[in-house]
Each structure stands twice: as C-alpha cells, then as structure tokens.
Design a protein around this ligand. Structure first.
Ligand SMILES: Cc1ncc(C[n+]2csc(CCOP(=O)(O)OP(=O)(O)O)c2C)c(N)n1
Length: 703
C-alpha cells in the first residue's frame, strides 16, 4: 500500500538556507518579469512563466544534486533550474534565441531547458512525454546497479541517484503519466514525480481534468509509491515534503509522488489572459498565496532578515538580471546555414566505410529470424549497454520457472534465448504500453544505454508515435547536440501472411521516413537483416528497423551466419539483378516478387534491373541515378499503399533530377489505398502480386 504522510511544519531551517531560497525565488520571479518585458519589446519571441511555482521548485531542488541526480523539469520550473545551477544568462540566451543558448542553440522556445553538466535532459513541448523519460533514466539506474560492466562505461552513476520529473495537473491526464506510474511502482524505480497543481491547464480547471479533482487521491494505492501532498506555495512545508520524498527514493524504497498545490497568477503564457475564464474573487484568493511574498513575510517575521537586507538582496538580483539581459541581447543569433546540423550524429556516419564490413560465412544457411537473433546475441555479448525489452521478448518472466520451460522469446521467436543467456536484467518483458516502451528507451539512451526494443507488430506502433516523432527523432537536433537517444526499434511489418488482416499486416514506412532524425531500414534477406541490424545498433542515431514478417522464415532468402562483425552501411542498395530495359526500385517483400516477375519477363525479351533499397532513410540515390541513366525507365514498387507513399518521393525526385534521362514517365506499383483484409482472395486483391509487376513492367517497357 502507498503511504500518505501528513505534512507538518518543519523545525526551524537554517537561516542561510531560507535566505538562499528566497534569493532564488525572487530571482526567478524577476527573470520572468524581464522576459515578459523582452517579449513585449519584440526582443524575445515567446514567454511562459514559472510564477507561483517558485517555492515548491526551490524546496525540491535543495534536496537534489546537480550533475548527480537526473532532471526532467516542466516549463514552469524556472526556479528549480536556477536552484540546480542554471544561470539567468543561460536562460535569457534561450529567450532571445541566441547562438550560444546552451539548451538548444536558438532552436527551442524559452523554458525548454537542457544542461549536460547539470543533468537536465533536454525538454520538449508535449505535455507528459517527459514522465516516461524520467522513468527510463531511473530504469538506467537500476540497470547500472545490476550490470556492473555497463555502469563502468556510464558517464555518471550513483547508487542512490534520483530521477526528478515535474508536470502540471493537466499533464496527469495523459496516458503516459499512468504508464509511467504503473511501471515505476512495479519496479520500485527511483523516480520523484512532482505534480505542480496550479488548478488549471490553460483554461480547464482541475476538477474537469481529474476525477474528484485531486490527483494524489487517485494514485495513493499504487504499490511502493509514496504519495505526499503539500501547499507548494509554502516554502517550509514544501521543503519538508520534498525531503521525505527524496529520502524514500534514495533508500531505494520506490518512487514518490509529491502533489504540490500552487498558483498561476500571470496566466498560462503571454498569449493567455486568465481573466477570460477565472473570476476576480478566485484570482484574489490565489494572490494571498503568492509564494515569494509569503516567504519574505516569514523571513521578516522570524527576524531572519531586516527590511534593509531585503532591499540589498533584491537590488543585487536586479543588477544581475540587468547584466545578464544586456549580455544575452548582445549575443549573436544562430547562423542560418547551421540549421541542418545535428539532425543526425555529426561524428558517427552509418553510411560510411567503417560500417562496410565483409561477411565471413560459417555453417548451414539460416533464416532471417535466426540471423537477427544471432546479431542480437553478438551485440549483447560485445556491449553490456545493449538492453532488450518489449512485449513477450523474454523467455519466461518468472525466473524460477525458466529452467522448466523452453522459453517464449518473442511471438516470432526473434529474441529467443536472450534472457536465458544474458540474464533478466538485459532482456525482459514489459507491459503492453508502446509509448512507454519508446519513452523509457529515450530516457535510458540519454544516459548512454543502447536499448534495442521491440514493438510486437508494426500495426501497434501508433501509441508510440508521439515519443518517436517528437522525442526520439528530435532529441539531438533540439538540444544542439547536447543529448541524443540512439535507440533501435525493431518491429515486424507487412502482410502476405494469409489471415493477418487489417491489424496484423499493416505497412506504413513512409510515415516514418518523413521524420527527420530517424533512420528507417527494411531488409529483404536474412544476411541483410543481420548486417543492417548490427549497423543500426552500432550507429549513434535512432533507427526504426522494420522486419517484413512474411520473410522471416522463407527458405530462398536464407544465408550462413556471417560472423560477429558483419555490417552493411545505410544508404547502400543491393543490385539484385542486372538488366537494360527498365529498373524496378523496390524493398522488403516486393524484392523477391520482382525477381519472379523479372524471370518471366526475360522470357519475353525484357531485361529488368532490380534494386533492393534495404535502407529507406537514407536511400541510395547514387545507385538509383546510375540505373535510371542506364535503363531510362523506372518502376517504384512497394507493399505499402500507393498515395503519398515512399514511391511518390522517389518518383518526384527522379522527375526533378533525372528527367532528361527518362524515356517514359516514372511509374509506381503499390497496394490499393485500402486495408489488408482477412480473406486471402481479398488480401491478394489489395497487395501487389507478381502478375501486377509483370504487367506494369511490360507497359513501361512498351511506352
Ligand atoms: C500533448 C500536448 N497537448 C496539448 C498541448 C498544449 N498545451 C500546452 S500547456 C497546456 C496546459 C498544461 O497544463 P498543466 O499540465 O496543468 O500545466 P500548467 O501549464 O498549468 O503548469 C496545454 C494544453 C501540449 N503542449 N502538449
């Protein structure tokens, strides 16, 4: 059962601590005022404030250790970040979007902080995604404690470290918050959740947002979770509550959630006016709980400061802010030509020769499933930071039963034996919560682990879309290369299974190739799967590794094991067949279908060249161009449906850059713009068949 501890007034706190706290709170408040002024003068482009949250922010930060614990602060956490060690100048450099903004190099809105030195992981704007990153960072703590060889390679690890995350009352409505609580409570992860409840999410009051209007009541029965509630505008009470929460976590008793009631008197942001939806009476009641004036009153009442000393302190703060603002405004803007920097790793290029390593074939031919499994084994043996998790990926979650059973190892057996061989810390099952799988992987990778996670079927990747598109793919770019999360997401994809139907046959790779920062790969043979997966794991970018499940156990695409260092660079297509009359640019399940089509076309005297792209982002433009210049006719063929698909991009680029070499329009062959149905007759009607390819090639050759 969770415990709810009533908060009592703390015994007298040290004078220096209280004065220091007041200083940070006042600094934070005045920095907000300064930013608002800059925005009104059009010298900043956005403003969101932390006003009303200062007491809980500083009280919590005082129990945490910069560069030791890990921080995932909400945009209201200005005072928190100041107390942890960010400077007013660093904050103002972000307000003006300066080149030297240490959080993002002018790429992110203000109040989206990052600092590698302090361990503030780059924050994004979606409300709630950060919670899973914090859980991932805490899971990394648990991992490092269990896998010592990995801890030795970590940039920082301490046995009692804490992963701090804050969020608003509104953000607790996100499913990701509940996924995070469930997993962190179950695994007793060292996470501190601070819910800064200012009663509103923009204009929506908390009683509309949350059943019963009180989040701490809803979560109090989570096992192992310490739940606390406090007046977050009362510094002394907040300090006491945060101390209890942090103590619980450092003793490794489980996570803690601190529900702090705060106010938000400056409206949501400069684009909002709370008078539109909050009555004057409510506003005046809230004003009585202003944390900065409350602490000041306390300091004066307890005679810890004189009026004169307050004046001196405040004058010093004003001076510091003025100087910081002047310096920030003099900061250089970012250079336009740098905008493409750090979409991908600037140092590890998975298209380079380093990732071109020859196969050393040994033994009997193996299937794609076998060779993916072999690659995972090799990489886990090579690097203790490689960790595998997902739904059903382990052999048997209950370790005591493991010796008595054969083991599951994935619904397609791709991860079979990994738990048995490497232990349950390195390969384990997790709940059916896809956002949680990717979100936690982001937090783990930000700490230097290499998660290779499985989304059981591509059809179920969608709950993770926000984490993939807005977090995984953006982390390096948005933090100006300060953080990265080179996660590998493996997922079986596609149809041609007979009976897979709409929810076990989906394609949709172009939705992901559209995302800058994400690499997308799709092998068509066992050997390619092995070599490309190794490249994915050793690269420093996030990779979506799509495994056409129809090809998992085909005999024609088998290969002998190529050895533990075999790698294929990204962006290098495979020339499957040479021809002179036309080129089929394809990948995945259509590679072999194109080969079959080409064989029958050869009998008619049409010689078809086939390129298997293998990696879709990046793709091999060089080979496509060379082939187009040779055959002058191009058909792009894929299993995914036609409209707005991958073929549209390739066709458009060929039209753009190779028009003069074409003897015919670029043609596309793809699935119909519908879903894959259950009955095989219907499935055949939707997905491209060999006969369709033959027909399309014939027409193209005759054009
Ligand atoms: C996923 C997502 N949905 C919507 C928004 C737009 N938005 C920004 S802040 C906000 C309100 C958040 O409220 P709360 O979590 O209570 O924090 P507060 O602003 O009150 O501190 C909304 C809806 C967003 N940023 N992300």
């Amino acid at each position: 059962m969770a415990t709810t501890i009533p908060i009592q007034k703390a015994p007298k706190l040290a004078r220096e601590l209280l004065i220091g706290a007041y200083r940070t709170m006042y600094l934070s408040r005045r920095l907000d005022d300064k930013e608002i002024q800059l925005k009104r003068q059009s010298r900043a482009y956005f403003q969101i404030n932390g006003v009303g949250h200062e007491a809980i922010n500083v009280a919590t930060a005082l129990h945490l250790r910069p560069g030791y614990d890990w921080f995932f602060p909400y945009y209201r956490d200005r005072a928190f970040c100041l107390q942890i060690g960010m400077t007013p100048l660093e904050m103002l450099l972000q307000s003006v979007g300066a080149k030297n903004d240490p959080s993002s190099g002018g790429r992110q809105m203000p109040s989206h902080w990052a600092s590698r030195k302090l361990h503030i992981v780059s924050q994004s704007s979606p409300t709630g995604t950060q919670v899973l990153h914090a859980v991932g960072a805490a899971e990394a703590s648990q991992y490092f404690a269990a896998v010592r060889e990995a801890a030795e390679l970590a940039s920082s690890f301490h046995a009692d470290e804490v992963s701090y995350v804050s969020l608003g009352d509104g953000a607790t409505s996100e499913g990701e918050f509940w996924e995070a609580l469930n997993w962190s409570a179950n695994r007793r992860l060292p996470v501190l959740y601070v819910v800064e409840d200012n009663g509103y999410a923009i204009s929506v009051p908390v009683d509309v947002q949350t059943a019963g209007g009180r989040i701490s009541r809803l979560v109090k029965d989570f096992p192992n979770l310490l739940t606390l509630e406090c007046d977050g505008t009362d510094f002394v009470e907040s300090y006491e509550a945060a101390g209890k929460a942090v103590g619980h976590i450092r003793k490794r008793q489980g996570p803690a959630l601190l529900h702090a009631h705060v106010i938000r008197p400056y409206s949501h942001s400069l684009s909002d006016d709370e008078r539109l939806y909050k009555s004057e009476e409510v506003r005046q009641e809230e004003a009585k709980r202003d944390p900065v004036s409350r602490l000041l009153k306390y300091l004066l009442q307890e005679r810890l400061l004189t009026e004169r000393e307050v004046e001196e302190l405040e004058t010093r703060v004003e001076k510091e802010i003025r100087a910081a603002a002047e310096q920030a405004l003099a900061g250089e803007p970012p250079a336009p030509e740098t905008v493409m920097l750090y979409v991908y790793s600037p140092t590890v290029d998975p298209c380079s020769e380093r990732f071109d390593q020859p196969a050393k074939p040994q033994g009997e031919p193996k299937t794609m499933v076998d060779l993916i499994n072999a690659c995972l084994r090799d990489e886990m043996a090579r690097d203790p930071r490689v960790v595998v998790f997902g739904q059903d990926v382990a052999d048997c979650s209950h370790e005591d039963e493991l010796p008595k059973v054969k083991g599951k190892g994935g619904v397609f057996k791709v991860t079979h034996g990994l738990q048995r061989h490497f232990g349950s810390a390195r390969c384990y099952n997790v709940p059916i919560a896809e956002a949680s799988i990717v979100g936690r992987a982001v937090g783990m990778a930000a700490r230097g682990l290499k998660p290779v996670v499985e989304i059981q079927f591509f059809d179920y990747i969608w709950p993770a879309m926000m984490q993939i598109r807005s977090e995984l793919a953006t982390m390096r770019w948005r933090s100006d290369n300060t953080f990265a999360c080179p996660v590998v997401i493996r997922s079986p994809i596609g149809g041609y299974l007979a009976g897979g139907a709409i929810y076990h046959s989906q394609s949709g790779e172009s939705i992901f190739t559209h995302i800058p920062g994400l690499r997308v790969v799709m092998p068509a043979t066992a050997l390619d799967a092995n070599g490309l997966l190794r490249t994915a794991i050793r690269s420093d970018d996030p990779v979506l590794f799509l495994e056409p499940k129809h090809l998992y156990r085909q005999t024609y695409n088998r290969s002998p094991y190529p050895g533990p260092d075999y790698m294929i660079p990204f962006g290098k297509a495979r020339l499957v067949r040479e021809g002179v009359d036309l080129t089929v640019v394809t990948y995945g399940s259509l590679v072999n279908r194109s080969r079959q089509a080409a064989k029958s076309l050869a009998e008619e005297g049409i010689q078809v060249e086939i390129l298997d792209l293998r990696s879709l982002s990046p793709y091999d433009w060089e080979l496509i161009s060379a082939s187009a210049k040779k055959t002058n006719r191009i058909l792009v063929a894929h299993e995914d449906n036609l409209s707005w698909g991958f073929g549209a991009e390739i066709a458009a680029r060929i039209g753009d850059e190779l028009f003069d070499f074409l003897d015919a329009p670029v043609r596309r062959l793809a699935a119909k713009d519908a879903y894959v149905p259950y009955h095989p007759v219907l499935e055949d009607a939707v997905l491209p068949q060999v006969a369709d390819i033959v027909r399309a090639c014939r027409e193209l050759a005759a054009y």
